[in-house]
Design a protein around this ligand. Structure first.
Ligand code: SF4
Length: 482
């Protein structure tokens, strides 16, 4: 079913709508200027609503912005954002006592009970724009829904509009592209699709989209890119869960992007399976300005990869890396190294593998400390025997905590995480950090310390100033924005 683009209200109603304020809040989105606020703002403004956007990654929860709001909608597209939203809700309620509260985005449905307990009246996931607009229209007409009438998850196709980014902070204040020579570029953020056609068990996209994805029409994506280029973007970071879910769509996008803006570079996230299946596209990605590709490799251990149902094995990862290098596209793999199945020897094998493959400079050290997060609704809970490894749901963590059967694995993860926080604070470079982690891991395993294998361990590559990972503990600074 296609939910068409929003139907505009008659002029008289728009006058009323203009006096009805909707506040859209982004708690955090990896330092990106959020598409989800800009798209929703376009739908609401198109119907005459007064819309205020607040990005808590760069702005404070402004009392004057919230005063008199009829609807406050918080975008929870990732785990960290949801944790910040939960902390912010009491203050939002205090500043906008009459407003209906809504949470929308990928993490809203899986945390619906907790959000409702905290006073959230409407929870929306998937393709949420039509439901959010209908909610605002109903509130404007004086409806006070006693219970949610909109579906919590809708996957009906929506008619995307050109996002309205006018109410968001300048692009130059968001994450920047860092080039190996020391230059920096302003980054714009675009989405060519939402959802994913794959079913990796640990992935938060899966409980909501269940193997489906939705494309944003090429003309909308291009207009969004054009408006960001006009505001200074020199590089575009595509936020699609997987850029090659629809290869023809992706190709259309990058061809048109390159034809219109030949100096603009871009990056995208592509799974290993797709890099192998569509290796024929890599030269064209390179030719159209692809500066690097991020890929959720997750592990170099085939047993763990099978548990996660990643659809690739270690040999596939190595092959995909070779193909990207052949095409001249640096690959930035991401990992979930600490799982209930990780052993100390397995962790050493991961570090050894990265050094041998000359990937030391390509992996942000934080990636080597990440612990598997199991949110409510995770498809990992369907894995026979897995639930028995977990403790009860933790409402602060927003996940099921687990302890490794070998306590040395948990101790190493905690030690690496706290050491890294301090080392990053000192601005240490990737290679010395990797060497220190190599040493700590050998100590934890009680093994003698060998020299790092590999040739040169790789060259620094282009990267965003905010590393890619979605399950971080909110920082004190993030919690001070309200
Ligand atoms: S390919 Fe990526 S986005 Fe898709 S289900 Fe797997 S981890 Fe999630």
């Amino acid at each position: 079913m296609l939910n068409p683009s929003p139907v505009s209200a008659p002029a008289s109603m728009k006058e009323t709508a203009a006096s009805f304020t909707v506040v859209l809040i982004n708690p955090y989105e990896l330092g990106r200027q959020p598409f989800a606020l800009a798209q929703t703002a376009a739908w609401l403004k198109g119907d005459g609503f007064r819309v205020v956007c607040l990005d808590l990654s760069l702005q404070k929860l402004d009392p004057s912005a919230l005063a008199g709001a009829g609807l406050v909608a918080l975008y929870v597209g990732m785990h960290t954002a949801t944790r910040i939203a939960l902390e912010a809700l009491p203050r939002v309620r205090e500043l906008a006592p009459a407003a209906h509260l809504c949470c929308y985005g990928l993490y809203a449905p899986m945390n619906r009970d907790l959000l409702r307990e905290r006073g959230v009246g409407t929870v929306l996931g998937g393709e949420y724009e039509p439901a959010l607009l209908r909610l605002a229209q109903g509130l404007r007409q004086g409806e006070q829904p006693a219970a949610q009438t909109e579906p919590v998850i809708s996957l009906a196709k929506v008619g995307f509009l050109t996002p309205d980014r006018s109410g968001l902070p300048d692009l130059a204040r968001y994450a920047r592209l860092l080039l190996p020579g020391g230059d920096e570029k302003v980054v714009g953020f675009a989405e060519g699709s939402r959802g994913c056609k794959h079913l990796c068990r640990h992935c938060p996209v899966v409980p909501v989209y269940q193997g489906r994805f939705r494309v944003v029409p090429a003309e909308v994506v291009l207009e969004d890119i054009a408006q960001q280029v006009a505001r200074g973007a020199e590089h575009i970071s595509f936020g699609d869960p997987d850029f090659l879910n629809g290869p023809s769509h992706a190709l259309r996008l990058v061809r048109q992007l390159h034809a219109r803006f030949p100096r603009i570079t871009y990056d995208a996230t592509i799974k290993i399976e797709h890099l192998l299946a569509r290796a024929d596209l890599l030269p064209e990605l390179k030719a159209t300005g692809c500066l690097f590709v991020t890929s959720a490799a997750e592990s170099l251990d085939d047993t763990i990869l099978a548990h996660l149902d990643k659809g690739h094995a270690r040999a596939d990862f190595e092959r995909a890396l070779g193909l990207c290098r052949q095409a001249g596209i640096p690959l930035a793999p991401t990992f979930v190294p600490f799982t209930p199945w990780t052993t100390l020897d397995g962790y050493l094998d991961l570090l050894r593998g990265l050094a041998e493959l000359d990937l030391v400079e390509s992996v942000p050290p934080i990636q080597l400390t990440i612990r598997l997060l199991i949110p409510q609704g995770s498809w990992l809970l369907r894995l026979p025997g897995f639930r028995e490894l977990l403790q009860g749901f933790d409402r602060k963590l927003l996940g099921y905590p687990w302890h490794h059967p070998d306590p040395r694995v948990d101790r190493l993860q905690e030690a690496l995480q706290s050491w890294l926080a301090e080392a990053e604070g000192r601005g240490a470079a990737r290679r010395p950090m990797f060497e220190a982690m190599w040493e700590m891991a050998h100590q934890a395993a009680g093994r003698p310390l060998p020299p790092l294998p590999g040739q040169g361990h790789g060259q620094p590559m282009p990267r965003l100033s905010e590393p890619w990972y979605c399950c971080a503990e909110p920082t004190g600074e993030q919690l001070q924005s309200f």
